[in-house]
Design a protein around this ligand. Structure first.
Ligand SMILES: C[S@@+](CC[C@H](N)C(=O)[O-])C[C@H]1O[C@@H](n2cnc3c(N)ncnc32)[C@H](O)[C@@H]1O
Length: 439
């Protein structure tokens, strides 16, 4: 039988969702295998839409589902629960004829081997259609349902950003733009814009960047002209600020301490072709291979090292890095619009352990920096504990560190460092702090 006849998109999406929701797996890890045997591009796109959309609105859809079910589903029916959530997503947020959404979702219950539940799926979805206005009013009092974020995260945003927390939550629920970084070693931004135009892909220069382009309607990367040949990479405008802050110059030695998948390593090399050296370190061997793949695609070269940046004695015997980029592992609360699974996977206790790792990495990397050298600390978080408070504590503990003020057209100054909030000029949330070591 042809693949298109055998693949049921709703059932496939429910299985992927179940691995995230119940299996607590990262969407990055489960989506690609879930799509592997599906050749039909439209089916792949529909599964992605169902998965991303359901995760983006999970907390709202879940509140509705709880009102619509007479009794909770059994744990073993977690795939069915995901199917119901994605059914509600289709009815609430997708421009599909509602009878198609209901019928296809009911059919998918059979594919999941839950024929007994077809009546239940039908009743829940039809129940939503009959009572949607009342249902939306009933859940409207809950901030968790209204903003579709977990309560603990809403509280943290509210505490750290009393004037901006609602905008942060709303930005987290938007679809992200497709932002590109042109490889200026190979082509100018204007010439690449012309290539896009020739392919009928609408695009414009990305604000606050020298190399960035915003594509009007996202397309798969393999539809981008010259992607395989390294003319362009995918990178948000916020992440594109790091290379510019490093004050790169010919002859400098640069260390990118948490480098994978290599977006910033590559941008550094594209920006300054005459560095004396660049070393890209990461503790995750699998992710480090992505650095190698990206560099190869872009025609760039770096020393790529599998090592723990928190233990530099085991791999580094010199103190000769003029610049260190420390793009630490973080809560990723600034990039929720790109990774909606973060809302389900991150737990309050994670923040404390991330902050300890960040402190360890910062202290280890500072020990490698010679007098006069610069360290750029970055996160894709909006939480003050990982950002301005972390740097505040570090500056207090290290009198040889001097903060270098970042004046820029983007973001907002903090007590220490500079923050871009998600949605500011349509960028991801990102934090930057620049420190020099005293002579
Ligand atoms: C935010 S990501 C880096 C993104 C990367 N700079 C880019 O622009 O593509 C953080 C990285 O830190 C790495 N990491 C975490 N702990 C580390 C450690 N102790 N030593 C080195 N790398 C580490 C993770 O494997 C992850 O790849």
């Amino acid at each position: 039988m042809a693949e298109s006849e055998t693949i049921n998109t709703r059932a496939s999406a429910a299985r992927v969702l179940d691995q995230v929701v119940s299996g607590r797996r990262s969407l990055n890890d489960v989506l690609a295998p879930g799509l592997r045997n599906i050749a039909d591009g439209r089916k792949r796109a529909l599964i992605q839409e169902l998965v991303y959309g359901t995760l983006r609105w999970y907390y709202q859809l879940d509140a509705m589902l709880q009102c619509l079910l007479n009794k909770p589903l059994k744990k073993r029916d977690s795939d069915l629960r995901c199917l119901l959530l994605s059914g509600l997503y289709q009815l609430t947020r997708m421009a599909l004829p509602s009878h198609v959404a209901v019928n296809e979702t009911v059919q998918a219950a059979r594919i999941l081997d839950k024929s007994w539940a077809t009546g239940l799926v039908n009743a829940v979805l039809r129940g939503y259609q009959r009572n949607s206005v009342q249902l939306e009013a009933d859940i409207g009092d809950s901030l968790v349902a209204l903003y579709a974020h977990p309560g603990w995260l809403i509280e943290r945003f509210r505490h750290d950003w009393p004037d901006d927390w609602e905008a942060i939550l709303q930005a987290g629920n938007q679809r992200p733009p497709l932002s590109l970084r042109v490889n200026r070693r190979q082509i100018t931004r204007d010439d690449y814009l012309t290539l896009l135009q020739d392919e009928g892909i609408g695009a414009a220069p990305l604000a606050h960047t020298l190399d960035g382009i915003k594509v009007e309607v996202p397309v798969p990367v393999n539809a981008l002209p010259g992607f395989d040949e390294g003319l362009v990479s995918v990178q948000d405008a916020a992440a594109q600020q790091a290379a510019g802050l490093l004050e790169l110059a010919p002859g400098l030695h640069v260390l990118d301490a948490c480098a994978a998948p290599g977006g910033k390593t590559a941008h550094i090399l594209e920006t300054e072709p005459d560095l004396a050296s660049i070393t890209a370190v990461d503790v995750d061997e699998r992710r480090l291979r992505l650095v190698e793949d990206n560099l190869e695609r872009l025609g760039l070269t770096a020393r790529v090292l599998h090592a723990d940046a928190a233990e530099p004695d085991s791999w580094c015997d010199s103190h000769s890095y003029d610049r260190i980029l420390l793009d630490v592992p973080c809560s990723a609360t600034g990039v929720i619009r790109r990774h909606p699974d973060i809302k389900l996977l991150r737990r309050p206790a994670d923040i404390g352990s991330l902050v300890s790792r960040q402190a360890q990495l910062l202290s280890a990397m500072w020990s490698l920096l010679p007098a006069g050298g610069m360290l750029l600390y970055t996160t894709c978080s909006v939480l003050a504990d990982e950002n301005e408070r972390r740097i505040g504590v570090f500056l207090e503990d290290n009198p040889d560190a001097v903060e270098q003020e970042i004046s820029a057209s983007w973001g907002r100054p903090c007590a220490n460092g500079r923050q871009i909030l998600p949605g500011d000029d349509d960028m991801d949330g990102f934090y930057f702090a620049c420190m020099r070591k005293r002579f």
